[in-house]
Design a protein around this ligand. Structure first.
Ligand code: DGY
Length: 319
């Protein structure tokens, strides 16, 4: 019976040291995404698989799992890359890394918001490639302080982002979600319909998980309802936005700008977006800070430890 762990990609040194302390493991020896064959080997021959958010752990892969596999531990909070139902049906736990990445991801959403509102990337490019000449209406952007922020998805990251908006920038917060959020109500947030949020927000930030219900939640008709000065931020999952429709809306100034960390077909990015100045693009790095990536790995170590001891891991996801 295997008690070994397969780690699909090398994690920060401190995490690998912790894994060495608590278990035996094999790790992808090269710093590249695991191939399908490597993942098949992982699920077939190990007790736990540590997967990355770009590893597709679908039903077909899970069907090949060996009898020892007890845990798939995803290095990330989103777990849309894993067929959780198929795993659970075989008695395999799926875990994620919530909480430890909330601040880092919300902070990146702020970087994108300011980058888009104040044209940071455009300005940087000008400074590097030409000379600038100051003028009263040169490089005008949009105010943030005191404006209206619309949050779609009032979970941990959305609430954290909104709290920073209200407390740091005196923004009025409205939100759309399935339920009232006590965290958002506490900072004066107001639950509204999606239509109202689209019409009233100066900034809209997406924080919903990717599910069949949230795929293309923002498409051409939603973009058309936004203010022409609206700025859209996405640090959630790419397919929540119809990326081709967004490129078209940005090109035609249906909305003012966008800041994106996630894409519909990662690592591909809609070609039309790349030619536009009014979008700031980041390569899916919401949780990518030194401390956060370490803490995510240490959280996975606690889940491995629990499973190897025959207990339920602390960060089980439920669908
Ligand atoms: C995650 O972990 O799911 C997020 O995409 C953070 O980058």
């Amino acid at each position: 019976m295997s008690r070994k762990v397969y780690v699909s990609r090398g994690l920060p040194k401190r995490v690998m040291e912790e894994f060495s302390r608590i278990c035996e493991f094999d790790v992808n020896p090269i710093d590249k995404q695991a191939s399908r064959e490597e993942l098949v080997n992982g699920v077939k021959n190990y007790a736990a698989v540590v997967s990355m958010l770009n590893d597709q752990i679908d039903a077909e892969l899970i069907a090949q799992a060996g009898p020892d596999l007890k845990l798939i531990a995803n290095y990330g909070v989103g777990f849309n890359n894993i067929d959780v139902k198929a795993a659970n049906a075989k008695g395999i736990y799926v875990t994620n890394t919530p909480d430890v990445l909330t601040d880092a991801t919300a902070d990146l959403a702020w970087a994108l918001l300011f980058g888009a509102a104040r044209r940071v990337v455009e300005g940087d490019k000008i400074c590097r490639t030409s000379t600038f000449s100051w003028a009263p209406e040169y490089m005008l952007g949009y105010d943030v302080t005191g404006r209206t922020l619309g949050i779609i998805g009032a979970g941990r990251i959305g609430s954290n982002f909104a709290r920073k908006a209200a407390l740091g920038f005196g923004m009025r917060v409205i939100y759309y979600g399935r339920h009232n959020s006590p965290a958002l109500d506490e900072i004066g947030g107001k639950l509204v319909s999606l239509d109202e949020l689209l019409r009233e927000s100066d900034y809209i930030s997406l924080h919903v998980p990717l599910t069949p219900d949230t795929k293309h939640l923002i498409g051409a008709s939603e973009l058309a309802k936004m203010k022409p000065t609206a700025i859209l931020i996405n640090t959630a999952r790419g397919p929540v936005i119809d990326e081709a429709a967004l490129a078209e809306a940005l090109k035609n100034h249906v909305i003012a700008a966008a800041g994106l960390d996630v894409y519909e077909r990662e690592p591909q990015i809609e070609a039309a977006l790349k030619g536009l100045d009014n979008v700031v693009l980041m390569p899916h790095v919401g949780s990518a800070t030194f401390d956060t990536r370490t803490n995510m790995g240490l959280m996975i170590a606690r889940n491995i430890e629990a499973v190897l001891a025959g207990s339920e891991p602390p960060n089980v996801v439920r669908v």
